[in-house]
Ligand binder design. Structure first.
Ligand code: ADP
Length: 506
């Protein structure tokens, strides 16, 4: 801009040649041209214009630059003259500087009239006595900052709208003070009036007694150093009138470099209806499976007698075939019914355990023979050849039947199944590896949930989605662990580990 000012033909303006310019104008120009802050100067009665390099970008391209240099302000700024003229007049008259923050002043640049926001101050510059002087505008364009602020506000509004539409409570917990803030809905659910922060003790007091300890433990676990910060819990709250509401809280804690939680926030959902529906479903399954148990048991007994009779009494071969078929189908029915009854027992905390010493490898081999009578699957055993454990034989057998049964069911084309048993000083680990259809990694976290099936709506594979749920419960009751690694198309590796000898198992 210094070069442009030097090269400009000032004689054609009311300021005349630079040789005649006052010291005051020269000093002001020198300050401007040496500053990296955007500045604009109006000088003399015609308000002839100067600006510096820092101001230059605000004029855009194909707009006022370089015509604005040496131009009369009124000519240059005709589109906003009604806005700035009174300000300039006021500053010249009173000598008091003006101050405007983030003001919308659209200007013509980049071939169009663009909305632009400015923070600026106009101040009077005095000249030698008797001379007019000028007005210096120190300004900065804040369009980007204002737009960002608007975008944030819009995003916030959208989020609020979604939270409102989804009927969600939101909370933001301070891990230092153990207090949190919540939206109106959450406050209403917890029966809290006023705007002040809510203490964890208040939330606990609104939680029914049976759930309090569990809820406090879940919060502590999410905030614990080294935890993954995840928080997901279903509990019941109660208002002053005794109305109960079952809620599901989901959230996550964030940790600083030292592993200290600094933020913990999430949502709260009313799941009362969903839970009640689930309870009614469970109740129905419990009643139905109990009712089915008696006729199926007596049917089983009759079929077994029939099976013996067709062997000893003379009867047609067809009869023997049908009796065998009936018996096989009855076994399948019994398995399904057992699963349903086991689920009911798990939920009522009545799954009985009977702990004994036995050889785990022997159990597994028996199980494979039983499950694969036609020998059409190729079982490969690896690791220990014998391993004594102290556990519930029938329940571990149930887990193996499920894992091997699944390995067969979900590997229709690959017949190889590898079973590995290994141990260390304290635990035995069994893995069942198949080379079948595999499982999408996103589905893995839900695999051990009740009624969960990866292909819930497909009918390619039969099942109730209970086997893994029951297996996980059995292994947990043995103080063990169960897990899976899998890849779509490359098969799955289901494993569990149990203590070799844990006297606390019941
Ligand atoms: P079910 O087999 O009766 O559906 P499970 O609880 O045993 O129920 O298994 C739950 C789901 O996990 C199955 O529906 C299936 O989608 C998936 N799954 C279990 N084992 C395997 C496996 N070996 N390979 C692929 N998918 C499996």
């Amino acid at each position: 801009m210094g070069r442009l000012i030097r090269d400009f033909n000032w004689e054609d303006t009311s300021l005349g040649a630079p040789a005649g310019w006052s010291q005051s104008l020269l000093t002001t120009l020198s300050i401007m041209l040496n500053s990296r802050f955007p500045m604009f100067l109006f000088w003399g009665p015609d308000l002839i214009q100067f600006y510096n390099d820092a101001y230059r970008p605000s004029l855009g391209s194909n707009g006022k630059h370089p015509k604005a240099l040496g131009q009369r302000a009124e000519e240059c700024w005709h589109e906003i003259w009604p806005v700035i003229k009174p300000v300039i007049d006021q500053v010249l008259k009173t000598g008091q500087p003006s101050w405007s923050e983030n003001e919308l002043i659209p200007i013509f640049r980049n071939n169009c009239l663009e909305d632009a926001f400015w923070t600026y101050s106009y101040s009077r510059v005095f000249d030698e006595p008797g001379k007019f002087g000028g007005v210096l505008s120190i300004c900065t364009e804040t369009t980007e900052a204002v737009q960002s602020h608007k975008n944030i506000q819009n995003a916030k509004n959208e989020l609020e709208f979604a939270v409102e539409a989804a009927d969600l409570g939101t909370w933001d917990f301070n891990p230092v003070t153990f207090k949190f803030i919540g939206n109106d809905r959450l406050r209403e659910w917890f029966g809290i009036t006023g705007d002040e922060e809510i203490g964890l003790d208040v939330a606990l007091a609104a939680t029914i007694e049976e759930d309090r300890e569990r809820m406090a433990a879940a919060v502590a676990k999410a905030l614990e150093k080294g935890s993954d910060g995840n928080y997901n819990i279903i509990y019941t709250i109660q208002d002053q009138e005794g109305n109960r509401r079952i809620v599901e809280a989901t959230g996550r804690a964030k940790f600083d470099a030292e592993g200290k939680a600094y933020q913990f926030s999430g949502i709260l959902q009313d799941v009362t209806e969903k839970q009640q529906l689930q309870m009614r479903k469970d109740e129905f399954i419990s009643v139905a499976s109990h009712e089915l148990k008696t006729p199926i048991t007596s049917l089983s007994a009759s079929v077994q007698i029939l099976q013996r009779l067709v062997k000893t009494e003379s009867s047609s071969e067809k009869m023997a075939t049908f009796v065998t078929k009936a018996n096989n189908n009855l076994s399948k029915l019994t398995y399904l019914l057992d699963d349903l009854l086991n689920v009911t027992k798990i939920q009522q905390g009545q799954l009985a355990f009977n702990i004994n010493r036995f050889d785990l490898v022997e159990l597994i081999k028996d199980c494979c023979e039983h499950i694969n009578p036609l020998q059409d699957y190729d079982f490969v055993f690896m690791g220990d050849e014998t391993l004594m454990v102290y556990a519930d034989y029938r329940r571990i057998d149930q887990v193996m039947v499920n894992l091997i049964g699944n390995a067969i069911k979900y590997s229709p084309r690959k017949k190889r199944i590898e079973i590995t048993v290994i141990h260390d000083d304290e635990t035995a680990t069994v893995s069942v590896r198949d080379f079948g259809i595999g499982i999408n990694s996103q589905k893995l976290p839900h695999l051990f949930d009740r009624y969960y099936r990866v292909d819930a709506f497909g009918h390619q594979f039969s099942g109730l989605g209970l086997g893994l749920y029951i297996s996980a419960e059995i292994i947990n009751r043995h103080n063990g662990k169960i897990g899976v690694e899998s890849e779509v198309g490359n098969g799955s590796n289901f494993w569990f580990s149990i203590p070799l000898d844990d006297p606390s198992i019941a």
